[in-house]
Design a protein around this ligand. Structure first.
Ligand code: 5RP
Length: 229
């Protein structure tokens, strides 16, 4: 999907940021546009914000743009976070984590007064689990047990591989198991979120239920669609 639509949504989201705010930086190609938009506002308008990144990659990008990067330890209350998503449903619930940052993304979302999600139209679905697998972060020691249990909750549970065929490792030193569902997708996201997190060795999963406050969709007509909870 075109970068232009991602950038449209990202620029709109960055316009919500005000001087002095603590801002959560999401992860992924769409969130990168928001980080760049914030960097541009800092340079052009002198906007001063403190930023809590959801991944090492977003921390590096923010730093390279001169943004003030802080830890969640130092800034446990975040005014506004801008992040991408892999799926958004009509209830504003999400699947996240194809980029592998779901654990920190979910923690930062929970610490945020407002969670702003920016997407292009390809991410909008009628039901979660129909476009994207559900990523589940597991501790390496437990991955094979977790995979077995996840197979009972999904059609297929695949240990994620990196680009060169090795097991993908998250910023937290964990593995990811991607759970695929049949055409009907995920029937009850809240129930599934709890069931997945009850498996020993599962650290977190990519279902974001009732966490998004604002969804911004970049559209083909150069407009953005803003949906508020
Ligand atoms: C990373 C994420 C990303 O927000 C999600 O994968 C969307 O990424 P992109 O904007 O590159 O499509 O959840 O863990």
């Amino acid at each position: 999907m075109s970068d232009r639509l991602k950038e449209l949504a990202a620029t709109k989201a960055a316009s919500y940021v005000q001087d002095g705010m603590v801002v959560g930086l999401g992860t992924g190609s769409t969130a990168d546009f928001a980080i760049r938009a914030l960097g541009a506002r800092a340079e052009e308008e002198g906007l001063e914000v403190q930023c809590v990144p959801t991944s090492d990659a977003s921390a590096r990008l923010g730093e390279s743009l001169g943004l003030d990067i802080q830890s969640l330890e130092d800034q446990p209350v975040i005014d506004l976070t801008i992040d991408g998503a892999d799926e958004v449903d009509p209830q504003m619930d999400l699947v996240k984590g194809l980029g592998g940052a779901l654990l920190r993304e979910k923690i930062v979302a929970a610490a945020s007064t407002r969670e702003v999600i920016i997407v292009d139209p390809s991410k909008v679905v009628d039901r979660l689990g129909t476009r994207s697998p559900l990523p589940v972060e597991v501790v390496p020691f437990a991955w094979s047990l977790a995979q077995m249990r996840l197979m009972e909750l999904s059609r297929l549970a695949d240990l994620r591989q990196g680009s060169t065929g090795e097991t993908f490792v998250t910023d937290n030193g964990n593995f990811i198991i991607d759970c695929h569902f049949d055409e009907a997708g995920i029937v009850n996201a809240k129930e599934l979120e709890l069931a997945v997190n009850a498996i020993p060795g599962v650290v977190e999963n990519g279902l974001f239920v009732e966490l998004a406050d604002i969804i911004i969709i970049g559209q083909d007509d150069n407009q953005v669609r803003v949906i508020e909870r």
